[in-house]
Design a protein around this ligand. Structure first.
Ligand SMILES: Cc1ncc(C[n+]2csc(CCOP(=O)(O)OP(=O)(O)O)c2C)c(N)n1
Ligand SMILES: [Mg+2]
Length: 541
């Protein structure tokens, strides 16, 4: 096999892993890799800054299930990348983050812009690797190791530093590019510890399933629906698992720790067994406070020990749930009507505090959901609006709601929407974001406009970092550092080649979103400044 440069080899691996876009920000130390990627047909999407580029890579991976790749230069580029890399790790999303570095000959003594990537990225990645000219002959194994580690359960970010002089260095023989590396675990199920999990489940009279992000990674939706229907068990999902069971399914029972959360914790504490199916405690916003016994089923053993579990089922979550469903016998434990009554209580809880004649946060979500085609991808940011959207947005498919609920970093929603539309160009994309998070990332919309991506961004404009202001209120403090002056968002949108509109009533919002279906490729992005009344949140959280 002909020898290739390290830059070409890495770009080739990214391509073979299903990557089509590299999200990054240029710098001298990565020019060789940018060119090699271009030659391999990869599109380099230059974000406004590195942190948003990393969010884009994360969101592309969330939407497609394939690893995402982001790129930065050394020093100020890599430090800016850090937040998005940490996000991928805590959200359990496979991302390969690549940074250039000063030439290896100068690395130990030169100080301008040089930070130690290995030490900086270690706490926020699964693995931090480095290539220099001396190790370039192992670039093949390093690339395989980086990608395999990123996608292995639990997935996360891997960081790779490449010194500027390593890019052109010969990479040594390639063992042959891997296609997409295997995701999740294989179809076997290991049973750990004591007891008989099937007997425990059959003995339960009021069991509840709690499905999490690993259920999405294992595509366990059909098996979850089968078990729910055969055994009559309601299914609660975590925010990052939204859509794993269609939210109009008769056994769908709500989203944990989003609006109306007390109703869900009541359901879990009233249950006599919780089947945790791929649930990852990284998503807990409230501490785990229920004493209900838990049957742990996941790709990973119960190493978190947030709850005790007498018996653990470890393997592919779809295989585990399918195995349980196949062996189920007995009467359904819950009637559909009981689950419907629970959903009605939950709905009343997230609508509580809704004031007639105002534009309430729950109205914005409901109107957007009604206007959006079924196959829409919704992204959200972090704050009170996410807690509302996480519950009130009805998801119909897995990977159709992109939300960070591991790191929960503000600034995710807008770049995620851009990446989703780029990677899945046939799907309508709508972002529901706060005015604080929008201010952090608004200028990314210039890129959406340039690329002709007709994403719709609805900004919950409340002039407040509401989630934090509410905490201040609860603690008896005045709002300090949590109020923001208004920005003319339609004017800002126009300045970036987007359409913009301001609404402050439900009717105006409906009108602004009336042609969501018709916004096809090439149309301008749309920014809707939704002047909400945030009073509803006070009753909620
Ligand atoms: C990068 C980052 N900084 C700070 C926080 C802490 N934080 C969580 S929610 C929030 C307020 C968000 O305000 P906004 O975007 O306006 O949304 P709202 O709560 O008003 O809906 C803040 C500051 C965070 N999660 N991420
Ligand atoms: Mg706000």
């Amino acid at each position: 096999m002909a020898q290739v440069s390290t830059a070409s080899l890495l770009a080739g691996y990214a391509r073979a892993a299903g990557v089509r876009h590299i999200f990054g920000y240029p710098g001298e130390s990565v020019i060789d890799f940018m060119e090699a990627s271009r030659q391999q047909g990869l599109e380099l999407v230059s974000a406004v800054r590195e942190a948003t580029a990393a969010f884009m890579a994360e969101a592309a991976a969330m939407a497609t299930g394939q690893p995402g790749v982001c790129l930065s230069t050394l020093g100020p580029g890599s430090t800016a990348l850090l937040n998005g890399v940490a996000s991928a790790t805590l959200d359990r999303v496979p991302v390969l983050a690549i940074s250039g570095q000063i030439e290896s000959s100068r690395e130990q003594v030169f100080t301008h812009q040089v930070v130690d990537h290995g030490r900086m990225f270690a706490p926020v990645t699964k693995l931090a690797l480095r290539l220099d000219p001396a190790s370039a002959s192992s670039a093949d194994a390093v690339a395989r190791k980086a990608l395999r580690t990123a996608v292995a359960e639990r997935p996360g970010a891997v960081h790779l530093t490449v010194t500027a002089d390593a890019w052109p260095a010969p990479a040594g023989d390639s063992e042959g590019l891997i296609a997409a590396p295997p995701l999740a675990a294989a179809g076997t199920v290991d049973v750990h510890a004591g007891g008989d999990p099937l007997r425990d489940l059959r003995a339960a009279r009021r069991p509840v399933i709690l499905a999490g992000a690993a259920a999405v990674r294992c595509a366990a939706g059909p098996e979850l629906a089968r078990l729910a229907e055969r055994a009559g068990i309601p299914v609660v999902v975590s925010p990052m698992a939204k859509g794993v069971l269609a939210e109009d399914h008769p056994y769908f029972a709500g989203v944990l720790d989003m609006a109306g959360h007390r109703v869900l914790w009541d359901l879990l504490s009233g249950a006599d067994l919780i089947l945790a199916a791929g649930f990852d405690p990284v998503e807990l916003i409230s501490p785990w406070s229920v004493r209900t016994p838990v049957l742990h089923a996941d790709t990973t053993p119960n190493t978190d020990q947030v709850y005790p579990s007498r018996c653990e089922l470890v393997g592919n979550v779809a295989a585990i749930v399918g195995w349980i469903a196949a062996q189920w016998s007995g009467e359904p434990r819950w009637a559909e009507a009981d689950v419907a009554a629970h959903r009605a209580r939950l709905r009343a809880a997230w609508q509580a505090g809704r004031a007639e004649g105002r534009l309430n946060p729950s109205d914005v979500v409901a109107i957007a959901r009604d206007a959006a085609p079924a196959e829409t991808i919704m992204t959200t940011d972090v704050g009170s609006h996410k807690i509302m959207a996480g519950q009130a947005w009805q998801a119909r498919r897995p990977r159709s709601v992109l939300v960070t609920n591991g790191l929960s970093a503000m600034g995710f929603g807008v770049p995620a929407a851009i990446a989703a539309r780029l990677t899945l160009p046939d799907r309508p994309v709508i972002a529901l974001v706060g005015d604080g998070g929008f201010a952090m990332t608004a200028t990314e919309l210039r890129i959406a406009a340039e690329l002709g991506l007709p994403v719709t961004v609805i900004v919950f404009a409340d002039g407040s970092l509401n989630r934090i202001e509410l905490r201040q209120q609860l603690m008896g403090y005045p709002a300090a550092g949590t109020r923001m002056g208004a920005t003319d968002l339609p004017a800002l949108a126009e300045a970036m080649g987007c359409d913009g509109v301001r609404v402050d009533t439900p009717a105006a919002l409906e009108k602004a979103l009336s042609d969501l279906d018709g916004r096809s490729a090439g149309a301008r992005p749309l920014v809707v400044e939704a002047r909400i009344d945030p009073a509803q949140y006070e009753v909620q959280f």
